[in-house]
Design a protein around this ligand. Structure first.
Ligand SMILES: NC(=O)C1=CN([C@@H]2O[C@H](COP(=O)(O)OP(=O)(O)OC[C@H]3O[C@@H](n4cnc5c(N)ncnc54)[C@H](OP(=O)(O)O)[C@@H]3O)[C@@H](O)[C@H]2O)C=CC1
Ligand SMILES: Nc1nc(O)c(N)c(N[C@@H]2O[C@H](COP(=O)(O)O)[C@@H](O)[C@H]2O)n1
Length: 226
């Protein structure tokens, strides 16, 4: 068993999620940022790849005091569990995700991570070891489910999202398309990594919603079961 997995990503009108320098770019407007805060508050856990932590240093906390109060009233932590996928334990110990906001953190590593780094990390986070080289995402999701995660939001980046799609581990995709053009063949996109080659392997999506939001478009897709 694994959690319900949904990806939320903001991309430019030309399909980029950042610049070729991997610098964080504001793509969403005010309305979309509040939508993201709400769906974050509705999740049990929120996951990113180590590339996003190193590039953006996000906290992935719930920003609205009202949404945090709702979570508290429901007997939950103020913020969802923050999960970082980080085979080699590269996460800096002073990363915001390990310090900002109350609540639990999980760092998922593979057997490649140095034991001394894991020992240091355990002061701030629960460490899950899954996989030999990179993190075994199927095993990780099963472990998260065992630890009570029913609804998992994935915030990026492109490499992690591409790997989850390639393994059939995504149930829903929410994309905000913003009114900017970033360009550049090396700028990250919503599904990076090696990509898929055979049409029969391409995940098939079912459009469930397309609405105007800020100066852009929010598109929601369900992922067909294989
Ligand atoms: N616009 C938006 O909404 C968002 C944009 N971004 C942008 O995305 C960029 C970062 O994306 P990206 O560089 O692709 O990094 P990711 O955040 O996707 O992290 C990828 C890394 O995760 C690690 N990893 C461990 N196991 C796996 C696995 N099984 N499959 C895939 N990855 C694994 C790998 O590093 P290792 O081998 O060391 O473990 C890999 O390089 C930044 O520019 C950021 O600003 C990010 C989030 C949202
Ligand atoms: N939804 C959305 N729109 C954008 O325009 C963005 N740049 C992002 N980026 C993501 O948000 C994270 C920042 O989180 P915190 O504010 O630090 O909690 C960043 O790391 C990206 O995952 N998202």
């Amino acid at each position: 068993m694994r959690p319900f997995v949904f990806v939320n990503i903001a991309m430019s009108a030309d399909g980029k999620i950042s610049t070729r320098e991997r610098r964080q770019v504001r793509i969403s407007g005010k309305e979309d940022f509040s939508r993201v805060d709400r769906i974050k508050a509705e999740s049990d856990a929120i996951m990113v790849g180590i590339g996003t932590v190193l590039a953006d240093n996000p906290s992935l906390t719930v920003k609205s005091p009202d949404l945090r109060a709702e979570r508290r009233a429901a007997g939950r932590d103020e913020h969802p569990i923050r999960v970082v996928v980080d085979s080699r334990g590269r996460i800096p110990l002073d990363s915001d995700i390990l310090h900002k906001g109350t609540g639990r953190r999980i760092v998922a590593v593979s057997k490649q991570a140095p034991p001394e780094k894991l020992e240091a990390l355990e002061e701030y986070a629960t460490v899950i070891v899954a996989g030999e080289e990179t993190v075994d995402l199927t095993a990780l999701l099963e472990e998260l489910h065992r630890r009570g995660v029913g609804r998992l939001m994935v915030e990026g980046g492109g490499t992690l999202i591409g790997a989850l799609f390639a393994r059939g581990l995504v149930d829903e995709l929410q994309t905000f398309v913003g009114n900017i053009v970033i360009g550049g063949e090396d700028a990250p996109t919503p599904a990076d990594g090696p990509g898929l080659l055979r049409e029969e392997d391409f995940p098939r999506l079912r459009l469930t919603e397309a609405v105007r939001l800020d100066e852009g478009l929010l598109i929601r897709w369900g992922v067909e079961k294989r």
